[in-house]
Design a protein around this ligand. Structure first.
Ligand code: C2E
Ligand code: MG
Ligand code: MG
Ligand code: MG
Length: 292
């Protein structure tokens, strides 16, 4: 059909593009009131400490409970939140919700674990992000060390001076800082050393075939060694099998996160896992056996 010339080509593609653009517009409209309608919620995925076998913390992951579409995963709407600027109020809601949850656990006598939240680039560029977070920490009265912020390499490296300033302020407040999806971006090692970081999270892309692909194994090991030589903890993302667990344990990885241990959990399951706080059996998928 493209042979028939510019006009026809245009007509050929237009409906398809319209459908995509329309769907995005539709989502954008529906997202506008979603915060007020209380349609957002957080799931919490455990991170497991390999030395103790215990839950070392959680990562809070955003979901959108849509009245018709059901539970919408973040990759379908985060970019729209970013484009529209809605990520600012929604991101603040995430910080507040996590801090309130931590305060709630403490109030009912459950020893909380640190909870990590994902920041978006647009949020990180807000020059008052530090005061917003400090105010929420202050209001909820939680130990700032229980809050961890996950940033990506591109957020750090696109403007390293501003990033370092922001991270130093956060660190001064007592918040923990880690680099998410590590290995997929381009980090300057010189800068990495300058940032007050606590942990690197090895991207899932390198973990998937870590037992069978020599290149992935080399990269994973390089990241583990880099992290340790910078005195940072290292966490493997997306661990789904016993083989991956054993391999990463042998290489000295500190913590793991992945479906092998637990999927992101609704808050009730998460609280249950925290209350039970049992040692995870060495060679047996633990949490998903118990809480699905
Ligand atoms: P991420 O921060 O790298 O989060 C890890 C993602 O990997 C989560 O997807 C998690 O469910 C998934 N995952 C964990 N273990 C496994 C595994 O063993 N196998 C596989 N295949 N996947 C696993 P999710 O929840 O769909 O989130 C996707 C991304 O959306 C996150 O990637 C993060 O970049 C972004 N995101 C999530 N919540 C927020 C938020 O509150 N704010 C912002 N700005 N971004 C968020
Ligand atoms: Mg993350
Ligand atoms: Mg990640
Ligand atoms: Mg990611």
């Amino acid at each position: 059909r493209a042979k028939e010339g510019g006009r026809n080509t245009y007509q050929f593609y237009l409906p398809e593009m319209n459908a995509l653009a329309l769907q995005r517009l539709q989502l954008q409209m529906e997202l506008r009131g979603a915060l007020e309608r209380r349609e957002f919620l957080l799931h919490y995925q455990p991170k497991v400490d390999l030395a103790s076998g215990r839950i070392s913390g959680f990562e809070a992951l955003l979901r959108w409970q849509h009245p018709v579409r059901g539970l919408v995963p973040p990759l379908q709407f985060i970019s729209i939140l970013e484009d529209t600027g809605l990520i600012i109020p929604v991101g603040e809601w995430v910080v507040r919700t996590v801090c309130e949850q931590l305060a709630h656990w403490q109030a009912v006598g459950i020893t909380p674990r640190p909870v990590a939240i994902n920041l978006s680039a647009r949020q990180f560029q807000q020059c008052n992000l530090d005061t917003t977070i400090a105010a929420i920490l202050d209001e909820t009265g939680i130990d700032p060390g229980l809050l961890e912020l996950e940033l990506t390499e591109s957020m750090l490296m696109s403007n390293p001076d501003d990033a370092a300033r922001m991270l130093n302020t956060m660190r001064a407040h007592g918040v923990r800082l880690s680099v998410d999806d590590f290995g997929t971006g381009y980090s300057s090692l010189a800068y990495l050393k300058r940032f007050p970081l606590d942990a690197l999270k090895i991207d899932r892309a390198f973990i998937r075939d870590v037992c069978t692909d020599a290149d992935d194994a080399t990269i994973a090991l390089a990241i583990i060694n880099l992290a340790h030589s910078l005195k940072l903890k290292v966490i493997a993302e997306g661990v789904e099998s016993e083989d991956q667990l054993q391999f990463l344990r042998a290489q000295g990885c500190d913590e793991m996160q992945g479906y092998y241990f637990a999927k992101p959990l609704a808050i009730a399951d998460c609280t249950r896992a925290l209350v039970e706080d049992r040692r995870l059996p060495r060679s047996q998928p633990a949490l998903h056996a118990a809480v699905g």
